[in-house]
Design a protein around this ligand. Structure first.
Ligand code: PLP
Length: 376
C-alpha cells in the first residue's frame, strides 16, 4: 500500500517485506489429492513424537482457568528457566515462540539506517524482522560446504551493524559451528554488535564439540559484543502448537524488550506445559535417540540411491533433488503420494528440498513415495 492518500497506507518499510507463506492445512491436501489418510508432514522440523503423555493432565487442569488472563510476567516459567540455567529471571524473556523474542528484539533495537548480518540461506525471520523495522539485511552466502561463511560475515560488519545472526545449527542447512569456531568468531566481533545465538535445536544436538551459547552470555567481558541466546519448546520438547520460546540476555536489555512485548503474549496452557516439560528429560532422551537413528538410516537410504545431501547435525536434512528434478517439482510430485517436504526455492536453492526426520513409518512412506516419483 503506497498511495500516500489512502487511509490504509502503511510504513514504507513494508513495501520490501513479503508475508510469511504458511503451508496448506493437512486436511486440505488430503482432500485435494483424495488421500485415504492425512499426509505425512516432514516440512517444519518438528519432533515427530507427540508430547509426553504426563503433560495431558496439566493441559486439562488449565481448561477451567481459561476465563482468566495468563500471568503476564510468565513468573513460574521464568523462575524455572532461571534455576535451570543459573541465570537471573530478570534476564529471561518468554514469547509466543522464539519468533516473538526476535520480533521484540527487532522492535527494541532496529531502525532505518541500521543493518543486520546473517547467513544466506538461513532462518528467514531475521531478514523479515530487519525489513519490518526499515533496517537493511546483509545476507552473506554460505560457503561451498553450506557452512556459514564466518570470514565473509565478519567482512560485512560495519559501524551500522546491529545484529549478527548465528543459528546453531543453521536452518535450512543443518550445519553447526563447533565450540572453537564459535569462540574465535565471537572474539573478533566488534563491541557495538549484538550476537543472536539461535539455538532452536539445542536439545537435539549431541556432538561433543557443540557449544552452549549461554557460556558466551555468562563469560562476556565489558566491551565485547552483546549476546542473546534464543531457545524454544517447539522442537525437541514437541510443543510447537503451544508457541513458547524464550531469550536469555542481560537484564538491562530484557527490561527494554518488556516495553514492546504484548502484555499477555504467552497463553495459560503454554506457560504451564512448558514449565512441566522442563522435567521431561526422559522424553527428550528417547525422542532424540530415535530421531538420530532414523536420520542415519535416511542418510544410508540416500547413499544407496546416490542422492546428495548436506551432512546434517539436527532433525532435518538439506537434500539435493535427484535427476532432473528441481526441489519444487519434487515437492509437488510427492504431495499426491501423501508426503510433504519443504521446497527450498524460496531460499534460493532451486535444486534442493529440506526433509525433517519423521517417525520410522513416516520415513518409510517418504522413501516409498520418492522411489515411486523418481523411478528408483
Ligand atoms: C533456526 C530457527 N530459529 C527459530 C525457529 C522458530 O522457533 P519457534 O517455534 O520457537 O518460533 C525455528 C523454527 O523452525 C528455527 O529453525
Amino acid at each position: 500500500m503506497t498511495d500516500k492518500e489512502s487511509p490504509y497506507r502503511v510504513r514504507d518499510s513494508l513495501n520490501r517485506l513479503q508475508a510469511y507463506e504458511p503451508g496448506k492445512p493437512m486436511e486440505e491436501i488430503q482432500a485435494k489429492y483424495n488421500l485415504d489418510e492425512l499426509p505425512v508432514k516432514l516440512a517444519s522440523n518438528e519432533n515427530p513424537y507427540s508430547p509426553p503423555a504426563q503433560l495431558k493432565n496439566i493441559y486439562e487442569q488449565e481448561f477451567s482457568k481459561l476465563n482468566r488472563y495468563p500471568d503476564g510476567g510468565c513468573f513460574y516459567l521464568r523462575e524455572a528457566l532461571a534455576d535451570k540455567y543459573d541465570w537471573p529471571a530478570e534476564g529471561i524473556v518468554v514469547g509466543a515462540g522464539s519468533d516473538e523474542i526476535l520480533d521484540c528484539l527487532a522492535k527494541a533495537t532496529l531502525e532505518p539506517g541500521l543493518e543486520i548480518v546473517c547467513g544466506d540461506p538461513s532462518f528467514v525471520i531475521y531478514q523479515m524482522d530487519a525489513l519490518m523495522m526499515g533496517a537493511e539485511p546483509k545476507p552473506v552466502p554460505v560457503d561451498d560446504n553450506f557452512d556459514l561463511n564466518l570470514e565473509a560475515m565478519l567482512k560485512q560488519i560495519g559501524p551500522q551493524t546491529r545484529w549478527v545472526c548465528i543459528p546453531n545449527p543453521n536452518n535450512p542447512t543443518s550445519r553447526y559451528l563447533s565450540k572453537q569456531e564459535f569462540k574465535e568468531f565471537y572474539e573478533r566481533l566488534p563491541g557495538h554488535c549484538l550476537l543472536l545465538i539461535d539455538e532452536a535445536y539445542f536439545e537435539l544436538m549431541t556432538q561433543p564439540d557443540y557449544p552452549n551459547g549461554i557460556d558466551f552470555l555468562k563469560t562476556r567481558n565489558a566491551g565485547q559484543a552483546g549476546v542473546v541466546v534464543l531457545r524454544t519448546f517447539s522442537k525437541a520438547y514437541a510443543l510447537p502448537g503451544l508457541r513458547v520460546g524464550y531469550g536469555l540476555m542481560e537484564p538491562e536489555l530484557a527490561s527494554e524488550l518488556h516495553k514492546v512485548r504484548p502484555p499477555f503474549n504467552v497463553n495459560r496452557p503454554a506457560q504451564a506445559l512448558a514449565k512441566a516439560a522442563l522435567n521431561e528429560a526422559e522424553f527428550l532422551e528417547t525422542s532424540r535417540k530415535k530421531i538420530i537413528s532414523e536420520r542415519e538410516r535416511l542418510l544410508k537410504e540416500f547413499d544407496r540411491r546416490q542422492i546428495n545431501y548436506v551432512p546434517p547435525s539436527a532433525n532435518f536434512i538439506l537434500v539435493e533433488a535427484p535427476g532432473d528434478f528441481t526441489g519444487e517439482q519434487l515437492f509437488e510430485d510427492l504431495l499426491p503420494e501423501g508426503v510433504i517436504v519443504r521446497s527450498m526455492a524460496p531460499y534460493g536453492l532451486k535444486n534442493h528440498f529440506r526433509l525433517t526426520v519423521g517417525r520410522r513409518e513416516e520415513n518409510d512412506q517418504f522413501l516409498a513415495a520418492l522411489d515411486q516419483v523418481c523411478g528408483f
